[in-house]
Each structure stands twice: as structure tokens, then as C-alpha cells.
Design a protein around this ligand. Structure first.
Ligand code: NAD
Ligand code: GLY
Length: 369
């Protein structure tokens, strides 16, 4: 892989015609107005963040804004439970109270929770205003800030309310990862590993060597992993923005993961942790369908273990718990369960015809902890 200089940010593009936008990856982006200023719609800017991120990065971010703007800030509580329509209403209220018009810009400064929620507020305020993603978790830098899926959870289902609404720019400042708790870093690594598994065997092999450096927050290696992940996601989104086909592959492991998250209560298992276990379940099922070899499943398990991700499903989740929750997944068409599985490492596929007995056997046998 090409080695990026840790000192200089790198830029790639999500190609969506007139809605194309750059993703800047690298250190020092937050306090530097060059990266953000060209993408502001007008003078009114509202920065939305949370109580954990604000003390670390809100001031630096504001220092990087050009002079002469009307800037408001809104600091929300932390946590997945905040990703609700009630929080979006708080953002609408703040925008209305500030008298913000259609040329305002909303900035999401935080992880995927803030990004998804602020994106949806931007999609819906006055039928859509400009929106900028400043992701501060690894998961948000490699996944949720790119591609325009925005939304909130409904009490009966995760991400059930939302819209496709693309940002004007994504600023993935790798310096922000220095304060990320190790568990959150591992959760982000699950999505990084996902890109290798679904689409890029060379990247997967590179990651097997790079994981210690990534977990040690080596700036150059992190920037390489983020850039490669974003490039894979950007290519897929450019091909299929609204998930009519290939974009579904980004959901490897997610049908199992969403069931785990919903069953455990949002926030108990991190999304990325559930995705890690879900990908191992998908790999194991792919093996039982005759696609992956035993050695390939072992390789999948080893790389997830090296990222310190959980390798067993929750002890209190039975087969019926999984099946009931998996049937609610948005990917399913009519009554048919749709899973993303692996034909081989580096090649994912959509599978609508998993024999129910095979799935049930997996759910019985898969380790619990
Ligand atoms: P998160 O936003 O909850 O952030 C994780 C934790 O890290 C939070 O406590 C947060 O306050 C804290 N944090 C954020 N940045 C920090 C920093 N730099 N230093 C210290 N702490 C920091 O979780 P996440 O993993 O970023 O995102 C998960 C969410 O993203 C889920 O709601 C998931 O559904 C969504 N998601 C969306 C997409 C998409 O395409 N839109 C894709 C994947 C996941
Ligand atoms: N995280 C899946 C997607 O963006 O499509």
C-alpha cells in the first residue's frame, strides 16, 4: 500500500455528480479553516456535538472557523439513546430560535451517533440544509460519516427513521483518535476489517500485519487504514447511493449485529463489537454453505481477535431471540431473510436463500459468552 506522510492530509472524493464531496484524512484538520471554509453555505453555522467530545475538541474546531460567521453550538448528552427524534427536535428548536435560514450549515462534531442525527436534522430542516461531517471516532471516520445515511433510532428498531443526505465535506482528523477509549478503537477496527473481508483481500492481508500499529495509534498507519476504508466505501456509494444493490454488501455481519444490539439494549454492546461478532457468524455460515474453508474462518477469527473484538454471541441470546430480531432487518424483502455472506475472503455476496435449518444450526452452535 502507498505510504501516506503523517504530516500531510490526504484527500479523496465521493463521486456523486453535482453532490460529489471530498473526504480529507489526516492530522491537524480541526483547527485549520482551509478545509472547511469552501463548503459553508452561508454565514450561519451550527455546531452540534456531545458532552464527551465538546471538552476535547469544540474550542479547537471553533478556532478553525473563518472570521465573520454567526456561530451557534449545541452540546447534547452522550450515548446511543440520544440518537432519537427528540434530540433532532432539540436541533430544530435551536435552529428556529437562532433564526437560521436555508443557507445555514450544520456541523456534526463527534462519532456516528452525532453524525447520523445531525445529518437527519440537516436533511429535514427547511427541507434540507448544508451539512458537514467532522467524525471523531474511528468508526465514524471509516464508515458512518461517508455515504449520506442519516437518521435516528425508533424504540422498536435501530436506524428506522432517516434519509439519504450527503455532507458537503468530511474532515477525518486523525489527531482526535488520541483520546478515543481502546474499546471504541476496536469497534472502529471491526468496520475497517469489514472492508477487507467484503472487497479487498490485499487490504485484509495488510491489516493482519498493521493491527498492532493501529491499536498503538500510529498516525501514518491509521491514516492509511482510514483512507483505504473510505476509498472502498466511496466507490461503493458512488455505484449505488441508495442501496439498490452493491451497497448492501457494506452490511456484512450487520443482520446478526443489529439483533445483538437490540437484544442487549443499545449501548451495552458497541455497534462495532456486534459487527465483529456478526461477521464471524456470517463467515461461519458461509463455511457451512461450502464457500469459505475452515482455514478462512480461522483467519477471520484471528484478525477479529487481534483487534480485541468479541468472538462469541451474548450468553443470554437464544435461537428464537436471534430469529425474531433478524426478521425485522430492513434488508429483508417480504418474508425472505436477506444475509450478506462471503463467497471467499475479499468477496461478499447478497444471499436470499439460506436454508432455515442451516441458519438455526448456526445459531444453536455458535459460541456464547
Ligand atoms: P458514538 O458516536 O456513540 O461514539 C462512541 C463514544 O466515543 C461516545 O461516547 C462518544 O462521545 C465518544 N467519542 C467520540 N469521539 C471521541 C474522541 N475523539 N475521544 C473520546 N471520546 C470520543 O459511536 P460510533 O461508534 O462513533 O458510531 C456508532 C453509531 O454510528 C451507531 O448509531 C450506528 O448505527 C451508526 N452508524 C451509522 C452508519 C452510517 O452509514 N450512517 C454506519 C455505521 C454506524
Ligand atoms: N454502513 C452501511 C452503509 O453506509 O451503507
Amino acid at each position: 500500500m502507498k505510504f501516506l506522510s503523517p504530516e500531510s492530509p490526504h484527500t479523496l472524493e465521493v463521486s456523486l455528480g453535482e453532490r460529489s464531496y471530498p473526504i480529507h484524512v489526516g492530522p491537524g484538520l480541526l483547527g485549520d479553516s482551509r478545509w472547511l471554509a469552501p463548503h459553508l453555505a452561508g454565514r450561519q453555522v451550527m455546531v452540534v456535538t456531545n458532552e464527551t467530545v465538546a471538552p476535547f475538541y469544540l474550542e479547537t474546531f471553533k478556532q478553525g472557523l473563518p472570521a465573520g460567521l454567526e456561530v451557534r453550538e449545541l452540546v447534547l448528552p452522550d450515548g446511543e439513546a440520544t440518537k432519537s427524534i427528540e434530540s433532532v427536535a432539540l436541533i430544530w428548536d435551536a435552529l428556529m430560535e437562532a433564526g437560521f435560514n436555508r443557507r445555514c450549515t450544520l456541523v456534526a462534531l463527534g462519532g456516528g451517533v452525532i453524525g447520523d442525527m445531525v445529518g437527519y436534522a440537516a436533511a429535514s430542516y427547511q427541507r434540507g440544509v448544508a451539512f458537514i461531517q467532522v467524525p471523531t471516532t474511528l468508526l465514524a471516520q471509516v464508515d458512518s460519516s461517508v455515504g449520506g445515511k442519516t437518521g435516528v433510532n425508533h424504540p422498536r428498531g435501530k436506524n428506522m427513521i432517516g434519509a439519504f443526505w450527503q455532507p458537503r465535506v468530511v474532515l477525518a482528523d486523525t489527531d482526535t483518535l488520541a483520546t478515543l477509549p481502546p474499546r471504541e478503537l476496536s469497534a472502529g477496527l471491526a468496520e475497517v476489517i469489514k472492508y477487507g473481508l467484503i472487497r479487498d483481500i490485499d487490504f485484509l492481508s495488510w491489516l493482519e500485519d498493521a493491527l498492532p500499529a493501529l491499536r498503538g495509534l500510529d498516525a501514518a498507519v491509521l491514516a492509511m487504514a482510514i483512507e483505504r476504508s473510505c476509498r472502498i466505501k466511496a466507490d461503493i456509494v458512488a455505484e449505488d447511493e441508495t442501496e439498490q444493490g452493491v451497497r448492501a454488501l457494506l452490511n456484512l455481519g450487520h443482520t446478526f449485529a443489529h439483533a445483538i444490539e437490540a437484544h442487549q439494549g443499545y449501548g451495552h454492546w458497541l455497534h462495532g463489537e456486534a459487527v465483529g461478532t456478526g461477521m464471524l457468524m456470517a463467515a461461519t455460515l458461509s463455511n457451512r454453505l461450502g464457500w469459505l474453508s475452515d482455514a478462512e474462518v480461522a483467519r477471520t477469527r484471528a484478525i477479529l481477535a487481534a483487534a480485541d473484538l468479541p468472538l462469541a454471541a451474548p450468553a443470554n441470546m437464544g435461537v428464537t431471540d436471534f430469529l425474531d430480531l433478524m426478521r425485522r432487518d430492513k434488508k429483508n424483502l417480504d418474508d425472505q431473510l436477506r444475509l450478506i455472506l462471503l463467497r471467499r475472503l475479499g468477496e461478499a455476496c447478497v444471499h436470499d436463500a439460506t436454508p432455515p435449518a442451516l441458519l438455526e444450526a448456526l445459531l444453536v452452535d455458535f459460541p456464547r459468552a
